[in-house]
Design a protein around this ligand. Structure first.
Ligand SMILES: [Zn+2]
Length: 347
């Protein structure tokens, strides 16, 4: 048993029934099967989630929005938006997803155990949901709620959210756009759903510079992502000095993903995890909670999750230079981002 690494999972996550839809229960079934086959579930602590309270949901979401989701589910479900189906159980399972990420944060903050890195294998995902609207398969913003929990329960003043899902986390950006206590960093395919996440979206007022968008061209692979992480995220994080690192871990930038056009490999996600671990080790005693977002090729998400856990378990967290094989397009984009962020950070 590796006492530092854990995962959150509950069979009830399978009960969010989306019908014939890419964001299916099969995703978690495949991930858990692969982890068991490779003996990883034996090596780690399993954390059982509990449902987030109404009060915790309202850290981020408007009361009226939460009530609307609850009422739709009570009535048997329906479509929250054209992409986002709800079933009778969805409200309760969405509370359990948010509660799973909260429970992971509490376990890492609990000094009486050795847990440092937890990956919350939850669904529905969350990063497209903002205060008053769920969309893009997302109901409640699990990671944003966990960040608010860190602020309110533990008094955290500097939280880093790194979002490597292939889509821009417009919901998370919205929630913290004027909040300098949360630094939101996102890599995403651009242009792509939901259309936001250009480099000039940097936050507002006091929080200018606390949103860092890295829109990447179609076809970006491991090398380009590592180059962006090492060149932009690593120096900004060194200056920001996060007290906790949250990761919106989607696997839809994988080359096999049916909804996107990036070229990341399963091993690539393990390398990204090493970068995140290096940041967390240097700044906050290694404290990381990751939460599953998207990723729709079943084999790819199972392999990618495996790769992330192998990095967490190995706990090396070494930085790997990613410049080799970076395309000229990515290098140019990174320069443009540095130009924008130079006003706020020593990049
Ligand atoms: Zn996504």
């Amino acid at each position: 048993m590796n006492a530092a690494t854990g995962f959150v999972y509950h069979e009830d996550y399978l009960r969010h029934d989306t019908g014939d839809h890419p964001e299916s229960a099969e995703r978690l079934i495949c991930i858990m099967k692969r982890l068991k086959e490779r003996g990883l579930t034996e090596k780690m602590e399993r954390i059982l989630p509990v449902r987030a309270s109404q009060e915790q949901i309202e850290y981020v979401h408007a009361d009226a929005y939460a009530k609307k989701v609850e009422a739709m589910c009570k009535g048997g479900g329906g479509m929250l938006d054209p992409d986002t189906p709800l079933c009778r159980d969805t409200y309760s399972i969405a509370l359990l997803a948010a509660g799973g990420v909260i429970k992971a944060v509490d376990a890492v903050m609990d000094e009486s155990n050795d847990l440092k890195h937890i990956f919350a294998l939850v669904r529905p995902p969350g990063h497209h949901a903002n205060s008053n609207r769920g969309r893009g398969f997302c109901i409640f913003n699990n990671v944003a709620i966990a960040a608010e929990h860190l602020k309110r329960k533990y008094g955290a003043k500097r939280i880093l959210i790194a979002d490597w899902d292939v889509h821009h986390g417009n919901g998370t950006q919205d929630v913290f756009f004027e909040d300098p206590s949360v630094l939101y960093f996102s890599t995403h395919q651009y242009p792509h759903y939901p259309g936001t996440g250009w480099i000039t979206e940097v936050g507002k007022g006091e929080a200018k510079g606390f949103t860092v968008n890295v829109p990447l061209p179609i076809g970006t692979g491991d090398a380009g992502y590592l180059y962006a992480l090492n060149t932009i995220l690593v120096p900004i994080a060194a200056e920001f000095r996060p007290e906790f690192v949250l990761v919106s871990a989607g696997f839809d930038a994988h080359s096999a993903d049916p909804l996107s056009s990036m070229e990341v490999t399963s091993q690539g996600f393990g390398l990204f995890t090493n970068v995140i671990m290096a940041i967390a080790k240097k700044n906050c005693g290694g404290r990381i909670v990751m939460a599953l977002e998207g990723g729709y090729n079943l084999n790819a998400i199972a392999e990618s999750t495996l790769s992330v856990f192998n990095s967490l378990l190995a706990n090396t967290g070494e930085l790997r230079e990613g410049a080799v094989g970076t395309s000229a397009q990515v290098t140019k984009r990174v320069e443009e981002i540095k130009e924008v962020q130079r006003e706020y950070w020593k990049v």
